[in-house]
Design a protein around this ligand. Structure first.
Ligand code: SF4
Length: 234
């Protein structure tokens, strides 16, 4: 199977910060975010290495926790299903399957993944967590995906929303949070996290921290740093 990266490390970001996990990074994305730091071979494709299912399940057996990331994992419904079903078939204990997504494809891909995994394990609903990172630089995408999310309880039930406290998009981030609370009440706050931006310029980082604190205080939303960068692990 072609992947961008496969490795075990500590999860650095919300909502499972600190958890040891197997990271499975797919090699194609459907966006070209200006801040993307994934190594690319071409416009939308990242560098690629071939792994077989035994190499993947061997790593998973050491963590019992999967993080599918990218690229954009929801472009890889068949591969996600194949990897998870192989793990179930080998009777490897799994505590959690997380999928980190930019949100595009959520409506079509997620029900398909649930359907494919349900055949192997009816408890897939408890195993699966979606971590959506809306890309606020593109209002059109974010608003479309936002409506899909909140119109679809199957998705809403499994999702956490990770927002980078980007001071370039202050207005849209705040209106997103306000709309979420307006539509779903205050319980939605426990599913949202504001994460500090990374940058070489310390002033930018401080601005992001200040912005996260401001919104965190105003709407009672959690804020967090990226643990893997602080402890210097992949
Ligand atoms: S969605 Fe993620 S992987 Fe895709 S371009 Fe944006 S930052 Fe990069």
């Amino acid at each position: 199977m072609e992947l961008n990266e496969l490795f075990n490390s500590f999860q650095g970001e919300y909502p499972y910060t600190g958890r040891y996990s197997t990271f499975i990074r797919f090699n194609i994305c459907n966006l070209e975010c200006p801040f993307c730091d994934t190594m690319r071979e071409s416009k939308l494709k990242m560098s690629t290495t071939n792994y077989d299912l035994n190499q993947i399940s061997d790593l998973i057996s050491k963590t019992n926790f999967i993080t599918f990331t990218g690229g954009e994992p929801l472009l890889f419904v068949d591969e996600i299903s194949e990897i998870c079903n192989d793990v179930f078939f080998k009777n490897i204990y799994l505590e959690k399957i997380t999928i980190e997504t930019n949100g595009i494809n959520m409506e079509s891909a997620l029900p398909q993944i649930i359907k494919n995994l349900y055949k192997s394990t009816p408890s897939v609903n408890n195993l699966l967590t979606i971590i959506w990172s809306p890309k606020f630089y593109n209002d059109e995408i974010t608003i479309k995906e936002f409506n899909v999310l909140f119109d679809n309880y199957t998705i809403y039930d499994k999702i956490f929303i990770k927002i980078i406290a980007d001071t370039d998009n202050k207005q849209i981030i705040e209106s997103f949070i306000k709309k979420a609370i307006e539509l779903y009440g205050i319980n939605i706050r426990s599913k949202i996290n504001l994460m500090f931006k990374t940058d070489e310029d310390l002033n930018f980082i401080q601005d992001s921290i200040n912005f996260a604190i401001e919104l965190g205080e105003k709407y009672s939303i959690s804020i967090s740093d990226r643990l893997h960068l602080r402890v210097n692990v992949k």
